[in-house]
Design a protein around this ligand. Structure first.
Ligand code: 5RP
Length: 219
């Protein structure tokens, strides 16, 4: 289902476009299919990756890499951890949401691709990822707890150290329960000193493409 929606998004890409390349297992298929179109159809595109992971994959598929210093993004395609009926998102399951937000926000068009398990009525079952400056761990944790969050630092797979982001920061996963007002919460969270960026993405999505057992749906 992830592959189906990602391949459908890749078919929207036009020759000459500058692409924002999201991060995760769904966008992996998007980058792969764009790479196939570069190879098989000879389309010329450039990509602005949102992580080292996406950058390496794009290079593997001979997608030229550029940056926001040089180009504006025509179309960004990214995944999500939760999507509400107003297309507000929780992102950051892959610890890449800070750069994803910069890239997605600056794109002329933002398309989100996901399997149908990501559709929710209200955001919040998925703990909200926030990226923080490591030395701010204690005060940021306290501020998030004061807002009603249950805070866990994200540990690496071996559990012997925290996940370190591409920006050399930590990730906190914060369970707030139902997030009834994601638009104001996104702004409020970013006022905490030491908190670099939170995983709420509100009012920026143009289109959602969902993979489901019944096929691909364009919302
Ligand atoms: C990375 C993200 C991902 O887009 C999100 O976690 C979805 O990942 P996947 O496509 O693997 O389900 O926000 O920071």
């Amino acid at each position: 289902m992830k592959k189906d929606c990602a391949y459908a998004a890749a078919d929207l890409v036009k020759d000459g476009q500058i692409l924002g390349l999201g991060t995760g297992s769904t966008t992996h298929y998007f980058i792969e299919k764009v790479g196939m179109r570069v190879r098989d159809e000879g389309i010329e595109v450039m990509g602005i990756p949102t992580s080292f992971q996406s950058s390496l994959l794009a290079r593997k598929w001979n997608i030229q890499i550029t940056s926001l210093d040089e180009h504006e993004i025509d179309l960004a395609v990214d995944g999500a951890d939760e999507i509400d009926p107003n297309f507000n998102l929780i992102k950051g399951g892959g610890a890449a949401h800070t750069l994803e937000k910069i890239v997605d926000y600056s794109a002329k068009e933002l398309v989100i691709i996901a399997d149908d398990s990501k559709l929710v009525d209200v955001l919040g079952a998925f703990p909200l990822p926030v990226e923080i400056i490591p030395s701010s761990l204690n005060p940021v944790t306290k501020a998030l707890e004061d807002m009603g969050g249950e805070v866990k630092i994200r540990m690496g797979k071996a559990k012997d150290g925290p996940v370190i982001t591409d920006n050399a920061n930590f990730i906190l996963d914060v369970a707030f329960g139902k997030i009834e007002n994601p638009i104001s919460m996104e702004k409020e969270l970013n006022t905490i000193p030491g908190l670099v960026e939170n995983g709420l993405f509100t009012e920026m999505v143009d289109r959602v493409i969902i993979g489901s057992k019944d096929g691909v749906k364009f919302l």
